[in-house]
Write a protein that binds this ligand. Structure first.
Ligand code: ME8
Length: 520
């Protein structure tokens, strides 16, 4: 049976409509999930919405609707966006799902059994926007202008709450980071987290009594769990936790998760609180947390609360889903911040997809459709230039795979692009259209070489642009689409000997125009 691979995104707060940062995270996780499936892994991919907490209560109140009704409506925009962006999730989890209540209460009870929860009074600073408690020493500003390290307003909170003995886990966490350099990536985030933990950890307030929109604390009427306790537990819920019965092998199969893909602002929750909760509950720890960067527009981060949201659905309508996916993964060095503009999308997509790969496929396949009745030509005498091209393309595809496996997504695509450029140079030098009259046998070999190269490049880029690359593969009748198919040397000969015909291909990678109305 194939090796399991469990990948998750953060679950998103549906207190507003999804923004481009949410789309970016989903697309990145989706490309990784698709890549791992192509590599033969049995993938579980989860995304979803984080629906409890004070932020949701306040947003529903502002809208004048009951919070559950608000959550239902808003969550549907996130699942709708996931579907629109071709996100191949296995489960879209909502924290209001009943199995999620069971999982959250189970981990709570396990932490209580470990003696790590105690009742006390909390007095301190809370940011509703971050749903986070902060120490006085972390704040900036004075009086009513006090702000969290994320720049959000904080308010004084005083209530009876359950505390989690986070302080007890300082050394075990430091040991974890030391023993597993890949637990937090990229490196810069790992260093930040280590400095934070080395500075000492205070116990964490993990229940609230001032509102009731959350998972009830077992055996403690009036208390709901702090939203991050239930939110982080979503990753376990997706595997069937706490069910360890033999009829449900998913927990054993997919836990611990291979990768939690999240944004840089919530690394602390995933790399400090989450492993501490799991250690306490005696549950194995996820293998890796990757904190991606932020997508910025005009140099400012996008946030629902600030109001400079760019609607990803508008962008998908304007440019197409694959174009947007390509831009996100190619333009932003994965792990760092990136900036978005309509010009940047149009420029990147036109240069690399429309004019380079799209044009290569279009030129080659329409030439075959038109001049050879769509029959893939037999290659006869292979010349060094043909062998060199296939070698270059094979190497570019291999470099893509090793880059992707290491989550160097934009470098991987850059390497793939080198294979595309090699094809474009080859086609210009070999000029198959000129060979039609002078040397048809040589023309056939050149076209055969190009189709083989195009197939490898299209299979390789599938995780990034699944629909457009799939279209190219459909046009040449390529069935195998995983990495194993790349090594199938016999494919071309079988295909050219078959009845298969390329019909006039429609462009899979259209050229983009600057849309006047998409003024980011
Ligand atoms: O933090 N660019 O939810 P959220 C890129 N519910 N990524 C961005 C971004 C931007 N401009 N803005 C936000 C939460 N993100 C919690 C998570 S997980 C158990 C609970 C990323 O809706 C952000 O970093 O505020 C996070 O990974 C995700 O979007 C959801 O953010």
């Amino acid at each position: 049976m194939a090796d399991p691979y469990y990948i998750t995104t953060a679950i998103h707060y549906p207190n507003g409509r999804p923004h481009i940062g949410h789309a970016y995270e989903m697309v990145a996780a989706d490309a990784i999930a698709r890549f791992q499936r192509q590599a033969g892994r049995d993938v579980l991919f989860q995304t979803g919405t984080d629906e409890h907490g004070l932020k949701m209560v306040q947003a529903a109140r502002d809208r004048g609707v009951p919070v559950r009704e608000f959550a239902d409506e808003m969550s549907s925009y996130f699942s709708g966006m996931a579907d629109r962006l071709d996100i191949s999730y296995d489960r879209f989890i909502r924290t209001v799902d009943s199995d999620h209540y069971a999982a959250s209460q189970a981990i709570w009870e396990a932490m209580a059994d470990a003696g790590d929860l105690y009742l006390d009074r909390y007095e301190g600073w809370y940011s509703v926007r971050d749903e986070a408690f902060y120490d006085e020493s972390e704040l900036t500003g004075e009086g009513a202008d006090r702000r969290s390290p994320q720049g959000t307003p904080v308010e004084w909170t005083a209530e009876e709450t359950w505390f989690f003995r986070l302080s007890k886990y300082q050394q075990p966490l430091l040991d974890l980071y030391a023993a597993n350099p890949d637990f937090i990536r990229p490196e810069s985030r790992r260093n930040e987290v280590m400095r934070f933990v080395e500075g000492g950890l205070s116990d964490l307030s993990v229940s609230r009594t001032s509102f009731d929109w959350g998972v009830p604390v077992p055996g403690s009427p009036g208390h709901v769990m702090y939203v991050w306790v239930d939110a982080l537990t979503n990753y376990l819920t997706g595997t069937g936790y706490p069910n360890t019965g033999s009829d449900d092998a998913n927990l054993a199969r997919f836990w611990p998760a291979d990768l939690h893909l999240i944004g840089k602002d919530i690394v602390r929750f995933h790399a400090v609180f989450w492993p501490a909760f799991l250690m306490s509950a005696n549950i194995p720890l996820p293998k890796s947390v990757f904190g991606h960067g932020f997508l910025l527009t005009r140099g400012e981060k996008m946030s629902k609360s600030v109001g400079n949201v760019v609607d990803p659905m508008v962008l998908a309508d304007a440019f197409g889903v694959d174009a947007l996916r390509y831009f996100f993964l190619r333009d932003v060095s994965f792990g760092q911040d990136g900036s978005y503009s309509a010009e940047a999308i149009v420029t990147r997509v036109n240069a690399e997809l429309a004019n380079s790969f799209g044009n290569l496929a279009q030129r080659t396949l329409s030439f075959i459709a038109k001049n050879l009745d769509g029959a893939l030509p037999m290659a006869t005498a292979i010349e060094p230039a043909d062998a060199a091209l296939l070698e270059d393309v094979t190497a570019a595809c291999a470099a893509f795979r090793s880059g992707f496996a290491e989550l160097a997504l934009s470098h991987a695509i850059e390497a793939w692009m080198r294979g595309v450029f090699a094809c474009n140079q080859y086609i210009d030098v070999q000029a198959p259209w000129a060979l039609r009259k002078t040397d048809p046998a040589r023309m056939n070999t050149v076209l055969a070489t190009l189709v083989r190269a195009i197939r490898m490049l299209a299979i390789t880029i599938l995780p990034v642009v699944p629909s457009a690359a799939g279209k190219v593969l459909d046009q040449i009748g390529a069935e195998g689409r995983d990495h194993a198919a790349l090594d199938d040397d016999g494919w071309y000969d079988r295909q050219s000997a078959s009845e298969f015909r390329i019909v006039a291909p429609t462009g899979a990678f259209p050229r983009l125009e600057m849309p006047a109305e998409t003024d980011a």
